[in-house]
Ligand binder design. Sequence first.
Ligand code: M6R
Length: 369
Amino acid sequence: EKDGHDYFMLKEIAEQPKAVADTLLGRIDAAGSLRLDEVRISASELREMDKVVIVACGTAFHAGLIAKYAIEHWTRVPCEVELASEFRYRDPILDPRTLVVAISQSGETMDTLMALRHAREQGAKVLAICNTNGSTIPRESDAVLYTHAGPEVAVASTKAFLTQLVACYLVALYLGQVRGTQWGDEIQAVVRDLSRIAGAVERVLHTMQPVRQLARTLAQKDTVLFLGRHVGYPVALEGALKLKELAYMHAEGFAAGELKHGPIALIEEDLPVVVVVPSPRGRSVLHDKIVSNIQEIRARGARTIVIAEEGDEAVAPYADHLIRVPVTPTLLQPLVATVPLQVFACELATARGNEVDQPRNLAKSVTVE
Ligand code: M6R
């Protein structure tokens, strides 16, 4: 049942190219237009929406944080992302022109369910992004976009996360398509890139051996930090979450720009710091800023583990370990940049003798508030 893998998690990591392709299947037509008729919220209703609010927990929340960049960029509709467990307790502002997106692999997470119930009571429309057919969250939502990751058994979410990202991009692009934005050409180009992204994920999987080796050398460490900017920031948070839940290590993700506002004090000799580097094309200012962050932390002794795009030579001199990922549009980079972090956490958990598929104190779906 594990298809020759030692753990479900490894099997599920390996299944990601297919999960991504399956989630796209039938949703982009030959002309490159998005077909989301299954989302039973009409185009005219979507045109009326003046705000998007995403609610989710854990890894699904990280997918939501990434979605915010895509939604605001492609649609120019303001988007908030909130931990489902915090949402209803702060009296959020919701009305029929708010599109609430609830993201959940299991469809049974109580915090997310309570958040969407609250949103619907206030008259908001709820779209669920969910991996489990017929589960409670999609049943209680106005509409659902299913991710097609297949069953995810390991407690640590991997393939569900990548498909949640795909679903979020589809929603963002679809909203852009129905509303019509200045980014029409870019949307077309991204749709083309998205339809090729499964191949890029596959290529990452074939280059993971050095990541495994590196992870094994860090088994005795207490702390690993993760830095990123833009969509790389939620990727850093996700890398840290994976490491906490699997390796039981102290792991923290930061926005690299925040370093100088405090976290840089944590840097000491030989501290492993993973840095997710944005593409040098596109938002090149951010790229250059993160390269100087890498220089700063390295000058203070950090062991830099750098995830950077193929062909990005500027980072190479400052990387103690360099992990390459394929060239993608900036907004899609999380689909390739997250994979090495999953492998890294899984290997560290193994090296530390932890139970990979069933980490201590955790359940696959959290059905209590
Ligand atoms: O089933 P859900 O997507 O609603 O679950 C949300 C979180 O509990 C889940 O992502 C959790 O953080 C994972 N164990 C992370 O790997």
